[in-house]
Design a protein around this ligand. Structure first.
Ligand code: PBG
Ligand code: ZN
Length: 321
């Protein structure tokens, strides 16, 4: 008889043969920075996640540093928006000022700037809009400008989340022209048009005012196309590729892991976070067990890097052992 239970007998034995381990170094914590001062406001649909003004960012950045989390993914929440999303690439806009401030106060944290226009456009779409259409090629120079501004302000990496075709290539070319050949790009390579982004759009104020994002984000029915998107981001110069959301795309994570020899990130998105939090707050599930199980499943599927709102809690839990 095969006796699998021999190695399940004690915690020490189980730990010895564990195939998958979580480390703070795997994790990236998303941070929302808002215009204004003395602000720390909880996002109603994301209990435990806050928007901070620049002057109070230290409260969260100190925690990120203490826990040993590798980096943050930064999102700006501006006061004013316009058709062109000009706040995204304004050197004095909220994002660029926040980057400069974080870089001087916490230089050891990997600072990743999320590159997209939707938080800054009055219509809430990720690209320029003309007669109800989301323009692709006309959006690219603006994304490139946002990336260059972010790096000039001190960002260590840029992560285009717009899902315009050719975004990574346009950004790579622009960064190289400015002498930033050494700045890596993490592509949101396979990003699906997902219902799980709802709470994030509350957090960042980026809900589209008309239509939806299905003309640029991927159709959830398409797994093969996701592999082509990942392949294309690599060809365009992405250094790290990403699958998003995480939990509903573990099949794609597994396939990407065996197909590509590049660092692979997953984004454990807002809706995935909020569902767990809501059930935990009701007392219906054990939050710690469920979160660790979800994140372990992402790594077991093949992810190297996990972007997650649970990052700080997870570090406390794995440190306790
Ligand atoms: C912006 C962006 C979104 C997310 C990351 N960057 C929202 C969207 O595409 O609508 C989603 C993150 C999350 O839900 O946690 N392009
Ligand atoms: Zn966007």
């Amino acid at each position: 008889m095969n006796r699998f239970r021999r190695l399940r007998k004690t915690e020490a034995l189980r730990d010895l043969v564990a195939e998958t381990r979580l480390s703070p170094k795997d994790l990236i914590y998303p941070v929302f920075v808002k215009e204004g001062s003395d602000i720390r406001e909880e996002i109603p649909s994301m209990p435990g996640v806050f928007r901070y003004s620049i002057d109070r960012l230290d409260e969260i950045l100190d925690k990120v540093e203490e826990t040993g989390i590798s980096g943050i993914l930064l999102f700006g929440v501006p006061d004013k928006k316009d058709e062109q999303g000009s706040g995204a690439y304004d050197p004095d806009g909220i994002l660029q000022r926040a980057i400069r401030s974080i870089k001087s106060s916490h230089p050891g944290i990997i600072l990743i700037s999320d590159i997209c226009l939707c938080e800054y456009t009055s219509h809430g779409h990720c690209g320029l809009v003309c007669e109800g259409e989301i323009l692709n090629d006309e959006t690219l120079p603006l994304l490139a400008k946002m990336a260059v501004e972010s790096v000039q302000s001190g960002a260590d990496m840029v992560a285009p989340s717009d899902m315009m075709d050719g975004d990574v290539e346009a950004i790579r070319t622009a960064l190289d022209e400015e002498g930033y050949e050494d700045i890596p790009i993490m592509g949101y390579s396979a990003k699906f048009a997902s219902g799980y982004y709802g709470p994030f759009r509350d957090a960042a104020g980026s809900t589209p005012h008309f239509g939806d994002r299905r003309s640029y984000q991927m159709d959830v029915r398409n797994g093969r196309e996701a592999i082509r998107e990942l392949e294309n981001d690599i060809e365009m110069g992405a250094d790290i590729i990403m699958v998003k959301p995480a939990l509903s795309c573990l099949d794609i994570v597994r396939e990407a892991r065996s197909e590509f020899r590049y660092p692979l990130a997953v984004y454990n998105v807002s809706g995935e976070y909020s569902m767990v939090k809501a059930a935990a707050l009701q007392g219906w599930i054990d939050e710690r067990r469920v979160v660790l199980e979800n994140l372990t499943a992402m790594k077991r599927a093949g992810a190297d890097i996990i972007i997650t709102y649970h990052a700080i809690d997870v570090c406390e839990w794995i440190g306790e052992k």
